[in-house]
Design a binder for this molecule. Structure first.
Ligand SMILES: CC(C)(COP(=O)(O)OP(=O)(O)OC[C@H]1O[C@@H](n2cnc3c(N)ncnc32)[C@H](O)[C@@H]1OP(=O)(O)O)[C@@H](O)C(=O)NCCC(=O)NCCS
Length: 262
């Protein structure tokens, strides 16, 4: 297989089977393209709750409004598929730091992340989960920003890497940290310099330490995702031995959403 084939395969997230199920040790991540035509956005808006519609209405930019509606519509449609419930009937509640979860006491856990027209939705039974995706932007991955957001150990590892690896390492570190924070659901109440993840993008992702919480390292598994060229992404999942599947969300049917060009 050529390098080009390998790269394409790495980003190929298939459409799921119609009878998709989520077993106890499965973790599913869905890729959702957020820039849909207005008619599709209007259809997905029908799935939203009144508070979600209100929030959508507060977006000044039509593009951001459409992306929010599509993300929430896709989330409802995916969760409804596993729960065999109409997407519109699902009710969410929010942690004090804003993490949504199902209001009914069901063990289905999920998390959503979006960046520049692409969303990821991660789902599992009974395990806390966090996902992050970032478009790789030039000029962000510099040492000053790393020193502001990363722990001293991460900064040291980053600047110890070869120059040409640093951008990928910066975003690998950023997305892993964010995925872990999002799995915990406590936002920035966990200071960013009090925990460390692995930085080298060519080595497996891992949580290295969490200050004052030695058991955390054994509690979580981190992994990097490759949703699309030009994006970095990571997943943090409670426990070990789970099986990852990555799917393309295909409702509405493929080809209608505008994809950012690689
Ligand atoms: C929400 C938060 C956790 C991430 O924000 P973000 O990176 O802008 O946004 P993402 O696209 O990754 O995630 C947003 C989604 O996460 C979910 N979410 C909101 N609050 C959350 C929380 N506290 N924990 C987990 N998920 C949360 C929501 O579904 C939200 O999407 P929606 O509002 O469209 O439904 C943010 O509050 C935060 O604290 N970010 C830290 C930022 C930072 O400094 N990071 C440095 C990392 S090194």
């Amino acid at each position: 297989m050529s390098g080009g084939d390998e790269a394409r395969r790495a980003f190929s997230w298939p459409r799921p089977p119609a009878d998709i199920t989520l077993a106890g040790d499965d973790v599913h991540v869905w890729r959702v393209w957020l820039d849909l035509p207005p008619s599709e956005v209007a259809r997905l808006r029908q799935l939203l709750s009144p508070d979600e519609r209100e929030r959508a209405a507060r977006f000044v930019s039509p593009r951001d409004r459409g992306r929010y509606i599509t993300g929430r519509g896709a989330l409802r449609s995916i969760l409804g598929r596993y729960l065999r419930e109409p997407p519109r009937s699902l009710r969410f509640r929010y942690s004090p730091h804003g993490k949504p979860s199902l209001a009914d006491p069901l063990p289905l856990r999920f998390n959503l992340a979006h960046s520049s027209g692409l969303a990821l939705i991660a789902v599992a039974w009974g395990r806390e989960i966090g996902v992050d995706v970032e478009i790789i932007r030039a000029g962000v991955a510099d040492e000053l920003i790393a020193r502001r957001f990363f722990s001293p150990r991460e900064v040291e590892e980053l600047i110890g890497l070869a120059e040409e690896k640093r951008q990928a390492a910066f975003f690998a570190c950023w997305t892993c940290k964010e995925a872990y924070l999002k799995a915990r659901g406590e936002g920035l109440s966990i200071p960013l310099d009090r925990f460390a993840v692995s930085v080298d993008p060519d080595r497996p992702a891992a949580l290295r330490y969490v200050e004052g919480a030695a058991k955390e390292v054994a509690r979580w598994t981190l992994c990097r995702l490759h949703p699309w060229p030009g994006y970095a992404a990571a997943l943090a999942v409670e426990g070990h031995g789970w099986r990852l599947s990555c799917w393309q969300w295909d409702d509405p049917p493929a080809g209608r959403a505008k994809r950012p060009g690689p």
